[in-house]
Each structure stands twice: as C-alpha cells, then as structure tokens.
Design a protein around this ligand. Structure first.
Ligand code: F6R
Length: 243
C-alpha cells in the first residue's frame, strides 16, 4: 500500500483528484468506481475544475457506485443517485447512460443485487475504485461482521445509522432501513483502489484498518491484501499510525 500524506483536506482532495485524472487520461474509457459521503466531495470539485479547465474528458468514462439506499427515489435529495448528479455527473461531459448505481427503487433485492454484480463483472471490475472510510472501518455499507460479504447484497442498516440519518428526513419512518452495496469481493475486484480519509476522528480507524490484523471486524483491513492500494489521507487522519 502506498500512503500519500497531505497537510489538510484540500490537499487530500487535490491529490486524490490527480490520481483519478491520471486514470482517465491513461484510459479514456476506464471504469471508475465511485463513492458518496462527505470525504470525496472535494475530490469531485477538483475533477469538475479539471474538466472546466479543458484538462479532462469524461465522454467515454463508465462509472459504478458503491451503494444506494433501498426505497429512495432518484429525486430524493438523500439518494446517492442525487448526490452523484449534484456533485459530479451534472458538471462534466459524462454520458449519463454510462453511469451506474444500484437501483434503490427495485423491490426485489436479490434480483437487483445479482444484476448489479453481473454488470460490474461484465466490465471486468472497476479500473479504479474510490473509497471513503467509515468510523467503524466500514467500506461501502459493509459493516463490521463475522465474515466478509463477497458480492453485491442488501444490508439492514444499524439502528445507530438510522438514528443518525433521521435529521435528513421528515420523520424516522421515512429513513431508509436497508441499502444495496457492493460486497468486499466486488470492491477487491477493482484493479486499483484509492481510499481518501480526513480528520483526527478517523485516526484510530486508519491505524486499525491498515496496520492491524486483517479481520471482518474492521472491513477496510481487507485492503491490506490488495496489490494496488493508495491511501490519500491528511496528517490528522494519519496521526496514530506506527512511525
Ligand atoms: C459511501 C460509502 C461509505 C462512506 C463512509 C465514509 O458511498 O459507501 O462507506 O465512504 O461512510 O463517509 P464520510 O466520507 O462521510 O465520512
């Protein structure tokens, strides 16, 4: 694993965007695996700026997102579909027909997850998968568990997550209780993995995930077994790694 240490969130975002840009320039029809959450927002802003400067062309790029809430429509501003359009797709020349997320409106979880997994397989996996890191070590919606879930699957969200999300919805009944997520095997099938982490509050998790034992109790720890991982993290997030 290669670690790129940055002084702050802005530099992390710039350097992560540079790695994604290099991928798109080297292979204009590459498959990008994308993530939502607060950490990659700055990375997407930098990619949009590179596009606006005329330095990046997304016209042949295909994308696959990590996850989506089950039951949310695309118009819902809490859906990951909405997030991706708002933060990236609407601002670059990507062909929307080439962008893919699990479809949260599909009721038949097994069918939707199997179809999404088959789509990613048909691409031969992502050329580059962008990841964020959860405080508990989760990647995608793969939460700490007794095993590593392999393929795209439906997860029951933890009570804590539902509680934390309720501020974004009119009532707790509107908060999604399930999500569709790539599995650990799906994520590991990417040729290259880029994980972005920022902030002191993730320092313990970074130390555990990348310097502790590989265990499904810390799902991101599996990334230690991937041949091409780049961790771009700021000083605060790296403050607890062994020197
Ligand atoms: C997002 C995702 C999540 C986030 C993680 C970190 O698609 O699957 O695993 O990457 O929860 O989120 P932030 O960046 O908001 O701390």
């Amino acid at each position: 694993m290669r670690i790129i240490k940055t002084k702050d969130y802005e530099e992390m975002s710039r350097k992560a965007a540079n790695i994604i840009a290099a991928q798109v320039i080297a292979k204009p029809d590459c498959v990008l695996g994308l993530a939502t959450g607060s950490t990659p927002i700055g990375t997407y802003k930098n990619l949009v700026a590179k596009y606006e400067a005329g330095d990046l062309d997304f016209s042949e790029v295909k994308t696959v997102n990590l996850d989506e809430y089950k039951g949310l429509t695309r118009e819902n501003d809490q859906s990951y579909y909405y997030f991706m359009h708002d933060n990236l797709f609407n601002h670059v020349n990507i062909d929307l027909a080439n962008t893919n997320l699990p479809d949260g409106t599909k009721e038949d979880a097994d069918a939707e997850c199997a179809a999404y997994e088959a789509l990613i397989k048909s691409f031969g996996g992502a050329d580059l998968q962008l990841l964020g890191l959860g405080h508990n070590g989760h990647i995608g919606f793969n939460e700490p568990d007794s095993h590593f879930p392999v393929a795209t699957h439906c997860v029951d969200l933890q009570e804590r997550t539902i509680e934390a999300n309720k501020r974004f919805f009119a009532s707790i009944d509107d908060v999604p209780k399930q999500a569709y997520t790539m599995g650990i095997g799906t994520i590991m099938s990417a040729k290259k993995i880029l994980i972005v982490v920022s902030g002191e509050d993730k320092a313990d998790t970074v130390a555990k995930a990348f310097f502790g034992p590989v265990t499904p109790e810390v799902p991101a720890s599996i990334l230690q077994l991937h041949a091409d991982v780049v961790l771009v993290a700021d000083e605060a997030a790296l403050s607890k790694i062994p020197q």
